[in-house]
Ligand binder design. Sequence first.
Ligand code: WT7
Length: 647
Amino acid sequence: MADETIEALLLEQRKFPPSEAFKKRAHVVGTHLYDEAHADYEAFWARQAEELVSWSQPWQTVCEWNPPFSKWFIGGQLNVAYNCLDRHVEAGRGGKVAIHWEGEPGDTRTITYAQLLDEVERFSNVLRGLGVTRGDRVNIYLPMIPEAVVAMLACARIGAAHSVVFGGFSSQALADRINDASAKVLVTADGGWRRGEVFALKPQADEALASTPSIEHVVVVRRGGNAVDMSAGRDHWYHELMARADERCAAEPMDSEQLLFLLYTSGTTGKPKGIMHTTGGYLTHVTYTHKYVFDLHPDSDVYWCTADVGWVTGHSYIVYGPLSNGATQVIYEGVPNFPGNDRLWSIVEKYGVTIFYTAPTAIRTFMKWGTQEPAKHDLSSLRVIGSVGEPINPEAWMWYRENIGRGDCPVVDTWWQTETGGIMISPLPGATTTKPGSATFPLPGVGAEVVDESGRTITKGGGYLTLTHPWPGMLRGIWGDPERYKETYWARFPGRYFAGDGAKLDDDGYLWLLGRVDDVMNVSGHRISTTEVESALVSHPSVAEAAVVGANDATTGQAIIAYVTLRGGAQATETDLRNHVAKEIGAIAKPKTIYFTPDLPKTRSGKIMRRLLRDVAEGRNLGDTTTLADASVVAELQSRAAQSTED
Ligand code: WT7
């Protein structure tokens, strides 16, 4: 992030303490949770695990820490689906709404806890019937429909690990993830609704399936109604299998450290990492954070997180946290501007949403659309509003508070990652005085510190965000690659987890997240590695060389800018290459702009100078270019970048 931005953040002096009215009902006011966790974080997490999670067998050891590998609640047994469903039904809350589902075309489904349990039990039997057993992997490639939740919980019920792939990823990306996990079954749909049209999923899946030998069966949910090919013996309709499935399937106790899911995320190399999350610690972490960060009162709240289940936010704060807490939630299938720019606010009004959780990119888009959109609806039900996925600028934070939160809902800016499993740094809405743009403090039970280049702790100023001790929801590793796990997260600052983010501490000790410091971009809250896009570009037959950087963007946080050198005599347009990247990775990874250049700026030792390219893309004056092999390349690129901003 540019120095001016850091300066601007430090000038931010506004403070918002929780109101007396909010404090009256809040789970946490004051510092008691912080004090308790500070005294003994393991004992603190053990109390959360005991209070918030149901175990079929108690654990013997809270935490075993063999750096950098941790295990939590060892010896304990539990079933995640039991915690998310059965225990609420057994307690007499089977008639309570678990999911208000709203399809993009306006069709709806209301699903109670008892109904969701029935559906999950039957789908567990379907998976078993297809040969899935404890320890297997099941891939899920679905739109935002209730069957995505059902499929995930059915896996958890029988001890299979799921690997959900975001529906916007390409067939190539799907195939890579299926093969890395050696998944046995794929659960997909014919298609889903997006921006008023059906987008096809099964045809994409079919393309992937041509190169995924581990897949034995494919289950297809009917949603889009689009025509699909069904391969006899391999492909089955969800509704047909469900109609024949046995109704009851007991939740089997799992070891606390049983693999619950893999979720692939981009790293600094071209190959995505399969992040591993396990059972007891993860469930404890997401149940605890969902309850306290959002001040959830399950009897009166209606919660809504706008993420997709394909990302970790959907796993932790649509599926596992809210259902484990017995919440009532809204799930919406489509885009925020169909049929109009007020769709989300009409949903808030319709269901009386009280807790709303979204991303800064979305908030900045709402700002562009104007205050008249939320003003069309009664948003008075809202009481807590949250943000996640990227740094939120103070202006967007203030707009969110004033125009969505009526100037009186606490705003919780929550920092975490796929790897952390759950929220790590965030205000507690009844306890923390917030500042616009700051994620404030580590939650009780979490140790976070900012360190300098040499790993020394900083108490004021800028540096690198690190986590100082294990936590229950932490990743257990990278699937099939323990070395990469050590290297990526634990090598840079020995004894500490390095998140890859820059951060700053102000005079009052508040944390301000400053974005990634590695070759990972954050585009609309989605993590995409520069190397991944570069490999996609150079896999095009016309491309000789490519360099990709993330440049600051007013709406999407960062935008993908590519510099490409074509092979001698080869022809390719910007559109050709953008489409090629969409095909290789997915539309989310399409570069916003591609500059064609006869050469890329390199150091004398041949390294591409990315920082310099980022400066060019962001229109900054360049400092020292004396290490550059050929300075004229940069002058040329700069004049072209300037031209394109004038266009
Ligand atoms: C990266 C993790 C956490 C779920 C969604 C993204 C950035 C996330 C914040 C925040 C500033 C944030 C970081 C982090 N990030 N939340 N509140 N403030 N930055 O998960 O894809 O694993 O990405 O998102 O850079 O490292 P992810």
